[in-house]
Design a protein. Structure first.
Length: 113
């Protein structure tokens, strides 16, 4: 049974940092690309960043330079380091794997001014 479990969300003031984790199990972690998305209230789910199985990365313009995606294939875990957070970063953050075939349950990030 495949599971993706996000953690690390919480409340932070604008300008602060958080690091999200996505722990995967139930499939060959190193064989799939993984991604982070978010969804704010009343808005569509937004792509943030992708990391391929070989470590190559892409970022949405909205987070490039502030967020860093990484993965540790020995721990079956993907990360999202979020710096210089803004109030508009407030959303539920989701991880996805294998071209969106698998999804986590989401973790709330709230950024206050």
């Amino acid at each position: 049974q495949v599971q993706l479990v996000e953690s690390g969300g919480g409340s932070v003031q604008a300008g602060g940092s958080l690091k999200l984790s996505c722990a995967a199990s139930g499939y060959k972690f190193g064989t799939c690309g993984m991604a982070w998305y978010r969804q704010a209230p009343g808005k569509k789910r937004e792509f943030l960043s992708f990391i391929n199985s070989d470590g190559t990365t892409t970022y949405a313009d909205s987070v490039r330079g502030r967020f860093t995606i990484s993965r540790d294939n020995t721990k079956n875990t993907m990360y999202l380091q979020m710096n210089s957070l803004k109030t508009e970063d407030t959303a539920v953050y989701y991880c996805a794997a294998c071209s969106g075939y698998y999804w986590g349950q989401g973790t709330q990030v709230t950024v206050s001014s």
